[in-house]
Design a protein around this ligand. Structure first.
Ligand code: ADQ
Length: 736
């Protein structure tokens, strides 16, 4: 069985020390249930904080031993460090920022340092426990640096990361001073999961804008590997909620819980009254105050419901050490007091407010007994309470009102979806829910239930792990052509044994890295020396084959003993000879198209127009990446119709779109260069889309090498531009 390590800030267990004896009781949260569904296929271990910061090393060891029987590995921290990491950076910086509460965000260097340190602690624990090639699934915002830390030390691991909270839009995320480190930290993973496609989109946009990496659908292409990004909406343990709800409804009255008996009594006295339920952690992101204000507004707007409706509001104490949470508690207390004071009668209290945690069975009683679920978060990654409420409605009687700002709203379109800041809308939704015919309840509930039953938390967990598995086969596919030691040895030996060799080398992105402006990519001394020594070998013919114009290459390689092919194959110059035009072309079309391209330059800051003898190239490397990609699509679209019937082509290169005569390409030029000559070793190396023409058209026995791990017609890949020169050097040296 393959090993999987689950890493989260908190272990799913409660540890208590009773007169030196350690007691461990696993807590059965959603995540733990999800994980248990993959235990069948993997040998699993869970690494996390055990809920206490024991400083006595003997007791720590004892706790470790007690947890071992559940395959849990505790991470202990010093109290102060934990404060800065958990209450500090995690909950005073990341949590408010990712939930768009920018006014609450603290930027403290020492809490950031603690965050890094704790992530490194976790990394140590994982490395100590992970077998070769193990799967590691990291959870949530506390551990965003962990993937990169693991990747650096253990590239053999398959790393997944799932974020349980929203990923904010780029405009909000960019505020963070440590944004680059966080993005790079996350990109250490092979797979990154979010609850919704929106969060995925936000993340990809931040990656593109902040780090400039290329993104291909939902794949981030790094220099030497790629990262998959996807949406995995987390579900719940549907059967558990539905079955317990069913059991409770069939229970004899005397066996029912105290709270259920109270509610039963209440319904007996006021049979036409409806209960509205809200359950959340007491957190500013959950929109508790606006819910209360909206409830107040509802009673004002629809006075006919006075004495007919009660809001049952459960708020679980949370992060009570953080100032904003304490303030919020007072605000909520006050609002509840105010509303109850304003409307209450002898027989009616508008709000029943519980500030505490409840056991699972009590939650079920609340879910089944209340008629309307009212969940109004200002921002919420998913909101599982909404799903639990629906799953528990076994009689399909009940209405859910849900904020559009919760991830769950994306899947629960049948709910009454509201904007949590719009009291009018909430009041109207409450009215609608109060008078909705039961037929409609059933209809809405049953479609939501079907979906929740299918995409349960078990399925979610299996899907994510499957996603991690898939990255392996994808990697294998990509890397199968990668030049490893054996392939390299074979190429070198073929080179050594050949007497007449031909080398086609693309320039930009192959021999030199990309620069912000094309004219800055001049050959350096090291490169010239390398090319000279290759060309000096009498058995070699060296060809630089490029999309660049002949003036530039002429200037850079004047008098050199190599062949130059420029403008994608329009011109060729043999050593010591004059330039020859290999294709007869016309260029009068340039006059007509230039103004349209100049218009794109004007509207797209950072883009430039390069004019070559027989083509026009619009470069957008320096443009804001999203704008650049969007304009490139627009441009292609527009020019597609402009060039029709003109015998022209649109060539898409690396951050450049070029319009040129059709039929001209590097492939034709390479074939023309070979002509009737017999070479016993031909190699072609290139990184660009335009080099694919060479790979496709050149004779099959050519050693074609694509720079970058992407799909290609070439026979082999090297990971990046950095690998090209060392390979050429080895060729040169093996030539004798
Ligand atoms: P939370 O912010 O904690 O989770 P939520 O998804 O609603 O929010 O989960 C709360 C859980 O706690 C539910 O399973 C609920 O049953 C339980 N619970 C709430 N009040 C309780 C009480 N008084 N007593 C006992 N149990 C109670 C974060 C993100 C969410 C995301 C989840 C999962 O903020 O957006 O949905 O992670 O990814």
């Amino acid at each position: 069985m393959k090993q999987i390590l689950i890493i989260s800030n908190r272990l799913p267990v409660n540890v208590t020390i009773n007169e030196g004896e350690i007691e461990t009781v696993p807590s059965v949260g959603g995540l733990a249930t999800g994980m248990s569904s993959i235990y069948k296929y993997y040998s699993a271990k869970w690494i996390g904080w055990p809920g206490l910061n024991e400083s006595d090393s003997k007791i720590r060891t004892k706790i470790g031993k007690a947890l071992k029987k559940h395959e849990y590995i505790p991470v202990f921290m010093q109290e102060e460090l934990f404060e800065d990491f958990y209450y500090g950076f995690s909950n005073k910086t990341i949590w408010p920022l990712y939930h768009y509460f920018t006014q609450y965000v603290e930027y403290k260097k020492h809490t950031w340092e603690a965050y890094k340190k704790v992530n490194a602690f976790y990394a140590d624990q994982v490395i100590e426990n992970a077998e070769e090639g193990a799967y590691v699934w990291v959870h949530d915002y506390h551990l965003q640096l962990l993937p990169k830390m693991l990747r650096e030390k253990r590239p053999d691991l398959i790393i997944g990361f799932f974020l349980h909270i929203p990923f904010p839009s780029y405009e909000v995320f960019r505020i963070l001073p440590w944004r680059d480190e966080i993005i790079e930290g996350l990109l250490g993973a092979d797979l990154i999961g979010f609850h919704t496609y929106d969060y995925e989109r936000h993340f990809l946009s931040a990656v593109r804008r902040l780090r400039g990496y290329d993104i291909d659908f939902n794949q981030v292409n790094l220099d030497d590997r790629f990262v998959k990004v996807d949406a995995f909406p987390m579900g719940i343990d549907y059967e558990k909620f539905a079955n317990t709800a069913m059991k409770h409804q069939q229970m004899a009255v005397k066996d029912r819980s105290k709270i259920q008996q109270e509610i039963d009594k209440h319904y007996l006295m006021a049979p036409d009254q409806k209960l509205v339920l809200s359950i959340d952690r007491l957190d500013y992101s959950k929109g508790i105050a606006n819910r209360l204000e909206a409830f107040d507004y509802f009673l004002d707007k629809y006075p006919e419901f006075k004495e007919k409706v009660t809001l049952v509001m459960v708020a679980t104490p949370s992060r009570t050490a953080v100032a904003q949470y304490q303030q919020m508690k007072s605000e909520v207390d006050e609002l509840v007091g105010h509303i109850n004071g304003k409307y209450a009668s002898i027989n009616w209290t508008p709000i029943w407010y519980f500030y505490r945690s409840f056991p699972f069975d009590t939650l079920i009683d609340l879910y089944t007994s209340c008629d309307i679920g009212l969940l109004t978060p200002i921002r919420d990654g998913m909101n599982l309470v909404a799903k639990e409420f629906v799953a528990s409605k076994v009689d399909q009687k009940g209405v859910l009102i849900l904020s559009e700002m919760a991830g769950a709203a994306k899947e629960m379109g049948e709910a009454l979806i509201i904007n949590p800041n719009n009291y009018e809308e909430i009041a109207d939704a409450l009215n609608e829910a109060m008078i909705m015919p039961e037929e409609e309840h059933k209809e809405k509930m049953s479609s939501m239930q079907n979906r929740l039953q299918r995409y349960s938390v078990e399925k979610w967990a299996r899907d994510f792990v499957e996603g991690m598995e898939n990255t392996i086969s994808l990697k294998e596919k990509h890397y199968s052509k990668n030049i490893n030691t054996a392939i390299e040895k074979d190429i070198l030996s073929k080179y050594k044994n050949a007497n007449k060799r031909l080398l086609f080398l693309d320039y930009d992105g192959t021999l030199v890295g990309f620069q912000k402006r094309p004219e800055m990519a001049k050959p350096d001394k090291e490169l010239l020396k390398l090319l000279d020594s290759l060309a000096e070998d009498p058995k070699n013919e060296l060809v630089i084959i490029s999309g660049r114009d002949r003036e530039t290459l002429e200037k850079w390689f004047k008098g050199k003993p190599y062949t130059l092919i420029t403008d994608h194959g329009v011109w060729r110059k043999e050593p010591k000879e004059d330039w020859q035009m290999i294709e007869t072309l016309h260029a009068d079309w340039k006059e007509q198209l230039r103004p349209a391209l100049e218009f794109y330059v004007d509207r797209t800051p950072g883009s430039i127009l390069e004019e070559k003898s027989f083509s026009l190239a619009w470069h957008y490397r320096k443009v804001d990446p999203e704008l650049g990609n969007m304009r490139a699509i627009e441009l292609k679209d527009e020019f597609m119709s402009l060039i029709a019937n003109h015998n022209l082509d649109i060539l898409e290169g690396n951050k450049v779109i070029e319009i040129k005569n059709s039929g001209v390409n590097k492939g034709r030029a390479a074939v023309a260069k070979i002509g009737n000559n017999k070479y016993d070793f031909t190699v072609a190396i290139g990184d660009d889309w335009t080099d694919e023409y060479i790979f496709e058209e050149i004779p099959d026995d050519t050693i074609t090498i694509k720079v970058g791990i992407v799909k290609t017609a070439a026979r082999f890949n090297v990971e990046s531009q950095k690998d090209v020169r060392p390979l050429l050097k080895k060729l040169m040296e093996s030539g004798g």
